[in-house]
Design a protein around this ligand. Structure first.
Ligand code: DMJ
Length: 457
């Protein structure tokens, strides 16, 4: 049990009278932010979203809020939303809802299914959610589910290089998808490592670490990784180097694995990689500091693009001790958000023009604001969070939860509430605002899906 490390003032927040279905009007636009009121509003929006999931998609992976229908990733459900949301419910003191989610999970979740899953997505969402749920509640059934899942995912690592295939069949163990990317290879060690420590079975740690090191060893002489790699030959298939989708959380895990496990190899790999990012990707533009795209071998700049996924970097730079760059980059991220009142998937930061206009309810920019606020105490980041929350409520709220935007310029809505909206976006907003949230970032490490993991071994 480690809720003590969160010590969120749930009772005070519960007293704020925020009922599901009550549209939130983000608190006072002027003056110092009323943090307790804002946290209570976020909590009410989580409840609004959870109620919609309960009503229209209970037992399925995700909710489609406009059509009010369920969505399953693989034909049969792996309870993506309940597993991803469990620790958010617990953190916000929504004990009844958490108990219902936990009951559903232990009664209905099973992995003996003839489906080929994406190793990365299932690891960060389900393995991560089960492990944090276990650490918070002490419910051994969650750990047993995690161990069963981890065991079924292990054959993904059986490639000639040790880097995992993209897909693995949960029943047969047959793996496929040799063409993959750094994020899918390098974003597994927090979860597999934690599973290894909690079960006393080092195989989980060892396989995921070997994959991470194998990837790192294939970096270019400039110290950069590309966008696509073949796990059978070890050859790069795309040399585009950036910190966006397909690469992003590889860098995040180098630092976070050093922090959670005290792994000195990860610490060294993070330091080398950070130097390479700052030297080759960082780009001083008229619109501020950004991290763009270069060729991994020559270092030649190939695009001035940055987007919602890249916005994890300020938080990671801050955790790594570089508050200067972190603060400047977060200012750029806020500029990206403010351009249309909500951030696009990809922006050309030199032209300040939207390249890919979708917004799938992503959390990264909020996570960075939360980490920066915790580490600097600067109320500016609360203001930022208030702006993000107001944009979400204005453009993404529906009468059945929250939905994606197809276009941040026109605000045309899509029809999906991804599980990470409840696991991450609302959790980080809540933690940013909650006045008594004393979660200690030196002791708790969030996986890339915002599942808090703690070193108990
Ligand atoms: C989440 O599943 C994780 O944060 C992942 O690292 C990136 N994609 C989504 C959120 O944007």
């Amino acid at each position: 049990m480690f809720l003590g490390h969160f010590a969120v003032g749930c009772t005070a927040l519960l007293a704020c009278g925020c009922a599901a279905g009550t549209p939130a009007a983000p608190a006072a636009a002027a003056g110092a932010p009323d943090r307790a009121a804002l946290a209570a509003q976020v909590r009410a929006e989580l409840l609004h979203s959870w109620r919609a999931y309960e009503r229209y998609a209970w037992g399925h992976d995700e909710l489609k809020p406009l059509s009010k229908t369920p969505h399953d990733w693989h034909g049969e459900s792996l309870l993506m939303t309940p597993v991803d949301t469990l620790d958010t419910l617990l953190l916000m003191g929504l004990d009844e809802e958490a108990a219902e989610a936990r009951a559903l999970i232990v009664e209905r979740l099973g992995f003996d299914k003839d489906v080929a899953v994406k190793n990365f997505e299932i690891t960060i969402r389900i393995l991560g959610g089960l492990l944090s749920g276990y650490q918070i509640t002490g419910d051994e059934r969650l750990l047993r589910l995690a161990e069963d899942l981890g065991t079924r995912l292990l054959p993904a690592f059986d490639s000639p290089t040790g880097m995992p295939y993209m897909y693995v069949n949960l029943r047969t163990g047959k793996a496929h998808g040799a063409r993959t990317n750094p994020a899918e290879i390098g974003t597994l060690l927090l979860e597999f490592g934690t599973l290894g420590k909690l079960t006393g079975k080092p195989v989980f740690y060892d396989k995921a670490k070997r994959a991470l090191v194998a990837l790192y060893e294939r970096r270019s002489p400039l110290g950069l990784v590309g966008e696509e790699i073949d796990v059978e030959t070890g050859a790069w298939l795309s040399g585009a180097s950036h910190v966006g989708g397909g690469i992003d959380s590889y860098y995040e895990y180098l630092l976070k694995c050093a922090r959670l496990f005290g792994d000195t190899d990860c610490a060294r790999m993070w330091r080398t990689s950070r130097r390479a990012l700052n030297r080759h990707l960082a780009d001083e533009a008229p619109s501020g500091l950004w991290y763009g795209q270069v060729d991994m071998t020559t270092g030649e700049r190939t695009a001035s693009e940055f987007g919602a996924l890249h916005a994890f970097l300020p938080g990671v730079l801050a955790l790594g001790g570089d508050l200067g760059r972190a603060r400047r980059l977060q200012t750029s991220c806020a500029r990206m958000w403010d351009l249309h009142g909500i951030e696009p998937e990809v922006l050309d930061y030199r032209a300040m023009r939207v390249v890919h206009p979708r917004y799938p309810l992503r959390p990264e920019i909020v996570e960075s604001a939360y980490v920066l606020h915790r580490l600097t105490g600067d109320p500016h980041y609360l203001e930022m969070g208030r702006t993000f929350f107001a944009g979400l409520v204005a453009h993404c709220r529906t009468d059945a939860g929250y939905t994606t935007l197809e276009d941040v310029v026109t605000k045309r809505q899509g029809d999906l509430m991804p599980s990470f909206f409840l696991a991450e976006t609302l959790k980080y907003l809540y933690l940013l605002f909650a006045p008594d949230a004393t979660l200690d970032l030196r002791r708790v490490v969030f996986n890339t899906e915002a599942h808090p993991l703690r070193r108990t071994w």
